[in-house]
Design a protein around this ligand. Structure first.
Ligand code: ATP
Length: 506
């Protein structure tokens, strides 16, 4: 449908009125009101914990509000469940994993909606698979098929399954919560295309991301939230990065937060992989990390970089070759890694880096617990509390108390906990896979500062990232991996630039 034929942006398609959400003593949303027109891509921006996901999940039928109202096309919107919301035209891609591993792609796509294929008492499974495959083909998704078990897919492909699932219902309202950072370039391109097509056909998109450039490029309007309160709205013509940041954090935030000096690193090797071969991705791969080095690793999502991070931490089965520290200690398991002061932040935070049902305190204290011992195995409560509180304070983790359950925290705050637990444990080597995924600009700046301070203190960092600016801005040396092999290696002093890195990626 042609845009001009739509009353794009005029009549409110989605209206939020005085929306409040209270979780115990936490006010996640406080009388938020705004409206979004038909065919509009509306961005929701705000710091970690500002209420974006809470608002989105209320619209998507995942939870109800404490008070306030939502209207969809002028009618009161009160879906009883996500499935009902989906059927009635509201679909959401959640921030973390929204798929189930031990069933196929097709079954995930139609989860809870199988009765669409019911024939009498039976489900026509063949039809279900055919329909799912048709959907994948129509969306241009070809990296897996409808019969693939989702457990075999990486995070990016699992996100594509969620996107396909949402698209099946041709939603009136499509909500994308911090999804792009889990996607590679190809995945992002696909998502942007779908968002564009949907809005051109009169659908409304609620888009959440911490990448301001991306938001300014793809959104027609931006709504800014701060601490659960509506701060204001901006039309595309008024976009200005500094103004938006100021609205988000309530103060000026200028400048470049990467590190600019070229002070290099020591020759001493602290971690080495010698000709390692893993079940997937890596075949005879070698790499060295030096003391005081920030080694950036980049490439396309499936190039092997995420597997490398796991392998160096002892979390990936190594079929041949070995990983060892500078003093020759072999790293064959995560236990070996932790004992040798190696930390690891997974890209798949919720599944691999956190105990979601544990408290903030239990998570932060989990790796460095020995540091809080007083007599033999006895842990000092006071020491442990100080140890945990320092991270909560230094990283500004928004939680009601150290006893707050981790799964109720916002995405960015969860990421800070993972970072905090390894810093507190005094890691000498930190392997970070996409560490700033889902993290707001203020925290990003704080994390970069901490990475740089760690480097200055002689610690070594492997920064695996899909953000080229981050690699260029933070690394002493960047290795680009292509199809499991080193495609290029560039020292910061030789001049790093996007063009050069992209050339070796593809
Ligand atoms: N189920 C819950 N129980 C208790 N508190 C919650 C729950 N869900 C969210 N919160 C709290 O509500 C506040 C808003 O969280 P929300 O996830 O909406 O923020 P966000 O803006 O999406 O953050 P991020 O950018 O980090 O994803 C946070 O303080 C969070 O800890």
């Amino acid at each position: 449908m042609n845009n001009s034929k739509l009353d794009k942006g005029t009549a409110p398609h989605l209206e939020i009125k005085d929306l409040c959400k209270q979780f115990g003593i936490t006010t996640a949303l406080n009388k938020v009101s705004f409206s979004v027109g038909k065919g509009i891509v509306c961005g929701l921006v705000g710091e970690n914990g500002s209420g974006k996901s809470t608002l989105a999940s209320i619209v998507a039928g995942m939870q109800s509000s404490t008070s306030g109202e939502v209207y969809l096309k002028g009618k009161r919107w009160q879906p009883k469940s996500v499935l009902e919301a989906q059927r009635l035209g509201v679909a959401m891609i959640v921030q973390e994993m929204g798929t189930i591993g031990n069933v196929t792609v097709a079954e995930n796509i139609f989860l809870g909606q199988e009765n669409v294929f019911a024939k009498g008492l039976f489900i026509e499974r063949k039809k279900l698979f055919t329909e799912a495959q048709k959907l994948l083909d129509s969306l241009g998704i070809d990296s897996f098929d409808a019969r693939t078990y989702v457990g075999k897919l990486d995070m990016q492909d699992r996100k594509l399954v969620e996107i396909a699932k949402a698209m099946y219902w041709k939603p009136d309202i499509f909500i994308v919560d911090e999804t792009t950072t889990a996607l590679s370039h190809t995945g992002r391109t696909l998502l942007y295309r779908l968002i564009r097509e949907l809005s051109q056909n009169g659908g409304t998109v609620l888009f959440i991301s911490h990448d301001l450039e991306e938001m300014m490029e793809h959104c027609d309007q931006l709504i800014v939230l701060r601490d659960g309160v509506y701060v204001g709205a901006l039309e595309k013509k008024d976009y200005d990065g500094n103004i938006i940041k100021k609205m988000m954090v309530g103060r000026e935030l200028y400048g470049d937060y990467y590190h600019a000096d070229l002070d290099g690193y020591s020759d001493e090797v602290v971690l080495r992989a010698d000709f390692i071969t893993t079940l997937h991705d890596l075949l005879g791969f070698s790499i060295e990390l030096h003391k005081g080095e920030v080694l950036g690793i980049g490439g396309l999502s499936n190039c092997g970089m995420h597997t490398l991070g796991k392998a160096l931490f002892g979390a990936e089965k190594i079929l041949d070759g070995k990983v060892y520290t500078g003093n020759g200690t072999a790293i064959k398991s995560t236990k070996d890694a932790i004992e040798n002061k190696i930390g690891y932040m997974s890209k798949n935070r919720d599944q691999e880096s956190l105990g979601l049902n544990a408290t903030v305190k239990e998570n932060i204290a989990s790796v460095g617990y020995k540091l809080n011992r007083v007599f033999g195995p006895i842990i000092s409560y006071r020491k442990e509390s100080d140890y945990v509180n320092k991270q909560i304070k230094d990283l500004s983790i928004k939680c009601a108390s150290p006893d707050h359950l981790t799964n109720t925290l916002s995405g960015g705050n969860k990421q800070k906990i993972v970072f905090g637990k390894w810093i507190a444990a005094d890691s000498e080597i930190l392997i970070m896979d996409c560490p700033t995924r889902g993290v707001d600009i203020g925290v990003k700046a704080a994390m970069y500062k901490l990475i740089y301070e760690m480097k200055k203190a002689g610690k070594s960092i492997i920064l695996i990232s899909e953000e080229l600016q981050e690699l260029i801005g933070m690394s002493d040396r960047v290795i680009i991996i292509r199809n499991g092999e080193i495609a290029s290696e560039t020292l910061r002093s030789e001049g790093l630039n996007e063009h050069k890195l992209i050339e070796s990626m593809v």
